[in-house]
Ligand binder design. Structure first.
Ligand SMILES: Nc1nc(=O)c2c([nH]1)NC[C@@H]1CN(c3ccc(C(=O)N[C@@H](CCC(=O)O)C(=O)O)cc3)CN21
Ligand SMILES: CC(C)C(=O)C(=O)O
Ligand SMILES: [Mg+2]
Length: 269
């Protein structure tokens, strides 16, 4: 398994880091088998697999449930689990209890926190919980910022750079930058020493993350500009339709799928 040190070395050597979401046992197994460096148990699961229209409804228990499943599927991969909406920003005591619970109960390698919660990051660091900071577009704040590209003015860009530096100073072990101008993401990646993983942040970050269900065309809703589709799960619908037809027509199961045993014969013991 890659450790934090290995990821730091990858940044220093210019070896790009791959990260992909996985929220359950089979997808985590696939992502690990594909050799992807980091698994993110993202709160995007609220939208892709729970059917909510935002990540706001995802609970800490949801994240623990999925985080544990992903860990069982990928015992040898560095796993990051998202702190969901409402589990941070309430009080330092409550936030810390949630952070410890998520980290401990999922056996994750790090937790991820959206937004400028630098004191919380620092407190986590102090007790040994590795934190990934997530800045730029932070989907839990959809009610305030929507899903638009962030840091588009010079002032906002300067502020994001400062936040990235503050996250590093607070002890964040990695940074996720979402939907920000590519030149700014490049500057931030050069400025901080921790690995910067981009999504909609251009080519010059230290790594890239995408959502599994986007990559395999499992998510059928609106597709953000940064999504590249690499696979096609839509044929799954045709397969399900064929099963339905064969059952309806009495064609399934054919002999191949039937146990060749008879128990009701002429003779009985
Ligand atoms: N399936 C999925 N993929 C994701 O990447 C994702 C989720 N769900 N759920 C949680 C958040 C929400 N995310 C989103 C959702 C929409 C856009 C989006 O459509 N953005 C516009 C920006 C337009 C602009 O400001 O110019 C786009 O067209 O890309 C971006 C990120 C990223 N995360
Ligand atoms: C989009 C990524 C960075 C994320 O936070 C998620 O999948 O929840
Ligand atoms: Mg997330």
């Amino acid at each position: 398994m890659k450790k934090l040190n290995d990821l730091m070395t990858m940044k220093q050597n210019g070896t790009k880091i791959s990260m992909m979401t996985a929220y359950d046992y089979p997808s985590a197994k696939q992502v690990e088998a594909a050799g992807i460096d980091i698994i993110l148990v993202g709160d995007s699961l609220g939208m892709t697999v729970l059917g909510y229209d935002s990540t706001v409804y995802v609970t800490l228990n949801d994240m623990i449930h999925h985080g544990r499943a992903a860990r069982r599927g990928a015992p040898e991969t560095f796993i990051v689990v998202d702190m969901p909406f409402g589990s941070v920003g309430v009080s330092m005591a409550a936030d810390m209890q949630n952070a410890v619970r998520l980290y401990r109960e999922t056996a994750a390698d790090a937790i991820k926190i959206e937004g400028a919660h630098f004191e919380l990051i620092s407190q986590c660091r102090l007790i040994g919980v590795p934190v990934v900071s997530h800045l730029g577009l932070t989907p839990q704040s959809v009610g305030i910022m929507g899903y638009s590209v962030q840091a588009k003015s010079k002032a906002a860009a300067e502020q994001l750079l400062q936040e990235a530096q503050a996250a590093e100073k607070a002890g964040a072990v990695m940074l996720v930058l979402e939907a920000v101008p590519s030149d700014l993401a490049a500057l931030i990646s050069r400025t901080v020493t921790i690995p910067v993983i981009g999504i909609g942040a251009g080519i010059d970050t230290d790594g890239q993350v995408l959502v599994y269900h986007d990559v395999l065309q499992y998510a059928t809703e609106h597709r953000p500009k940064f999504v590249k589709v690499y696979g096609d799960f839509t044929t799954g619908i045709e397969a399900l339709h064929q099963f339905h037809q064969e059952v309806r027509l009495g064609q399934f199961p054919s002999d191949d799928y039937i146990y060749n045993i008879k128990v009701l014969g002429e003779e009985h013991d």
